[in-house]
Design a protein around this ligand. Structure first.
Ligand code: GLA
Length: 732
């Protein structure tokens, strides 16, 4: 891994064993994007990649009419001169002009990767793991400076980028747009993949062939959202799960975002991602600076499984932090679907005791333990225990759970308040609301103005007190409504364009304060399921509740779709009650378990209600989970058969050293007299002999001949029925 600087040609070559990223300072003084992709040989000068052709109706640059920005690939483009594609940034000066001219001044190359102030980012554990190039650009007229930062990782085919603006001029300036990255690619022979959905059906892969014009997704909900996710893939049309070239772009941010690809008239593609410019406007006073979130580019030539595995590895090892980042996740039991808000200390202890008997390690008390929280009309904001339900307080309950030898976890939804709460009655001005206008409600609740120090200090004090007093081991941090009327009461008009971003910065800050106080605490983020499952959150909470849809069959799609961008260890997945609360569907406890294993694993039901046979199966599942979760949560995950395209879903995880693998397949609907189906496994060592329960096969057999999935050998006297599943372990 290196950043090579060619002084004569003013070109920079960032490279590791797999990728090259080449930047050249162009004749107008701005950095041009010369190449990104598979590692290429270094050379002194790649100027042949800079275009000097001028065509009719193409405007030339002020430095030289035979050089047009429209015909070139730019690192961080502006709008207003000779390029008509959408820009990466836009500055509004006090005289009303939007035209900027930032030129290269100097560069620095350093080992390692600096952290980003107040924002989540990939990190290194020692300086040899990465190299960082910073380009300083300045607008001579206005004094605005910009630092473009690029990190190349040694062990990951990844470039991390961010931008910092500094106002070294005399006048204020307003940042109206500031993407975290912009990447100009020479062609548009790509299929764009986005991960879309809604509550209960998160992260469905959607594919579109790029063509002339703009393809874009984004969120204006104040959180990254279940509707769109700040992660996209550009793959070549012939790329599949195991072969072919693809680029992934992920934004390490949890607020409003925009990700788009613009294909221009000459067939080039401009990919960008960053904070959504709509409702964003950041006044920058003299000597102030603004830091964009980080964005990541990942590249592969070995198909989408490899792309995902690279991201999974990066997120597990160098994005998530703290005591739990690579630890096996505890088998948890959550009371939400079992009781909703209708519980007492006695009733939850009964559920917890049965959990303990089954082998559960962490008991989580969900919503309803505080204030007058008996339904979702009241109580949010009043983070004081409801002693009608829990007469011995959270501490009393936690002590009993700890006494049983389990960890204890608790639910919070810090960012919200109900009108019917003591907090709102005392501080009606603590919410986000447009002055003089009615406020919109979501789940009967309002959003707190997290950017206010007094709001944050109240939440910090309450959470800190409860976590320390009851010695809480795990926090589920929920966020159950989208932001509306995003206005910060009491702040001046010119500050309002900062409110969305300030909100998410304040969420990050509150997390950071609690992490500093309780480094052993395991956080699980949640936003009505997966509405804030993004790379930014993984920096604070190494796992996230994948979806409120706990139906095993639906979960196949949700977990399959989520796996494109996020590691298995980050996706909360539980066995819940049947008929399922969201779909009414009945699936076997075996299949429910077999789906939840490919996430953090856990339970969300009253185990006392199971028959003896099912309870025994749960005990066995927990034994299985404890034995194999290390492998499943840290191995390489392969998608084999897509539930979006097939009656079958299949996936597997292979340990890094290829010595073990767990393979699972699921048949959605039973088939009568089906044709034979084999699925070829992946990622194994061809020369190794792998043992299953009753046979041994070489990796080469499993990967080429495959495993029969249409019938279970030796068992065909009765149909398996719908929602059948099977897990196979291969050990060498
Ligand atoms: C959200 C979460 C659920 C549960 C409820 C409690 O919907 O996603 O898991 O915690 O809130 O109100």
């Amino acid at each position: 891994m290196d950043v090579i600087y060619h002084e004569k040609s003013k070109q920079f070559h960032l490279c590791n064993e797999k990728i090259s990223y080449i930047i050249g300072i162009m004749q107008n003084g701005e950095p041009g994007q010369l190449y990104f992709g598979k590692r290429v040989h270094d050379r002194e000068d790649y100027s042949y990649l800079i275009n000097h052709e001028i065509r009719a109706m193409v405007v030339g640059d002020s430095s030289d009419e035979s050089f047009s920005l429209e015909m070139n690939k730019r690192e961080y483009p502006s709008f207003g001169t000779s390029d008509y594609r959408l820009p990466a940034f836009e500055l509004l000066y006090d005289n009303g002009s939007h035209v900027s001219d930032l030129r290269f001044v100097s560069h620095s190359i350093r080992r390692g990767k600096p952290s980003l102030e107040a924002l989540p980012a990939v990190y290194t554990e020692n300086e040899d793991e990465a190299a960082t190039l910073e380009l300083l650009l300045r607008d001579e007229l206005t004094g605005i400076e910009m630092i473009l930062s690029y990190t190349i990782m040694r062990d990951h085919p990844v470039i991390a980028r961010n931008v910092r603006f500094v106002n070294k001029g005399k006048e204020e300036v307003s940042i109206e747009r500031c993407m975290s990255l912009s990447l100009d690619l020479p062609d548009h022979d790509y299929v764009w993949m986005q991960f879309s959905g809604a509550w209960g059906r998160e992260k469905t892969p959607v594919e579109k062939k790029l063509d002339s014009g703009i393809t874009a997704i984004g969120s204006l909900r104040g959180h990254s959202s279940a509707n769109q996710n700040p992660f996209v893939i550009l793959k070549r049309p012939d790329t599949d799960e195991s072969r072919g070239e693809a680029i992934g772009a992920a934004l390490v941010y949890s607020g409003n975002f925009l990700t788009q690809a613009e294909v221009d008239t000459y067939g080039a593609t401009r990919l960008m991602t960053g904070i959504h410019p709509e409702r964003f406007s950041w006044r920058l006073k003299k000597d102030e600076s603004f830091q964009t979130p980080e964005a990541l580019l990942v590249w592969t030539e070995d198909g989408l499984n490899d792309l995902s595995q690279n991201l999974h590895r990066l997120y597990r090892k160098r994005l998530s932090r703290g005591a739990w980042k690579e630890k096996e996740r505890p088998v948890l039991l959550n009371n939400w679907e079992a009781t909703l808000m209708d519980f007492t200390e006695e009733s939850v202890l009964k559920i917890a005791e049965k959990g303990k008997e089954a082998g559960v390690e962490l008991f989580v008390l969900d919503d309803g333990w505080f204030g007058k929280r008996n339904d979702d009309f009241a109580g949010l904001g009043d983070w004081y225990v409801n002693t009608d339900k829990l007469p011995h307080g959270i501490r009393g309950l936690a002590d009993k759970i700890h006494g049983m030898g389990m960890m204890f976890g608790l639910w919070f939804e810090p960012e919200m308040v109900n009108a019917d709460s003591d907090l709102y009655r005392a501080h009606p001005d603590w919410i986000l609301a447009a002055p003089g206008r009615e406020r919109s409600l979501g789940r009967h609740q309002m959003v707190l103005d997290m950017s206010k120090d007094e709001v944050q200090d109240y939440l910090y004090e309450r959470m800190h007190a409860i976590i320390s007093e009851a010695r809480i081991d795990y926090v589920k941090w929920d966020m159950n409504r989208t932001i509306s009327e995003c206005y910060s009461l009491g702040r001046e008009a010119a500050e309002q364009g900062k409110t969305y971003h300030r909100f998410i910065l304040a969420v990050y800050r509150l997390y950071e304060r609690l992490i500093a106080d309780f480094p052993e605490l395991l956080f699980e983020s949640c936003a009505s399921g997966g509405s804030r499952l993004d790379a930014g959150m993984l920096y604070y909470a190494p796992q996230a509740w994948g979806s409120d849809d706990t139906d095993a069959v639906e979960r196949l799609k949700i977990q399959y779709g989520t796996s494109y961008g996020y590691p298995i260890s980050s996706v909360g997945a539980h066995v819940s009650e049947c008929p399922n609360m969201q779909t009414g569907r009945i699936s076997s406890i075996a299949t429910r378990g077999n789906v939840s294993f490919f996430g953090t694993g856990g339970y969300e039901l009253d185990l006392n209600k199971l028959g003896d046979d099912e309870f025994e199966q749960v005990k066995e599942q927990i034994v299985f989970l404890k034995k194999y979760r290390g492998l499943i949560q840290s191995g390489n995950f392969y998608r084999l058969l897509s539930p979006f395209k097939d009656n079958y879903c299949a996936w597997m995880v292979v340990s890094e050293d290829k010595s073990e693998a767990v393979f699972a397949y699921y048949r959605i609907l039973e088939e009568v007299n089906p044709g034979h189906r084999r699925v070829r496994l992946q990622g194994l060592d061809p020369d190794r002999l792998y043992r299953t329960r009753d046979e041994a096969y070489y990796g080469s057999e499993l990967m080429n001949i495959g495993v029969e999935i249409s019938a279970v050998p030796g068992k065909k006297d009765a149909p398996d029925g719908d929602f059948f599943s099977r897990i196979m372990v291969f050990e060498s």
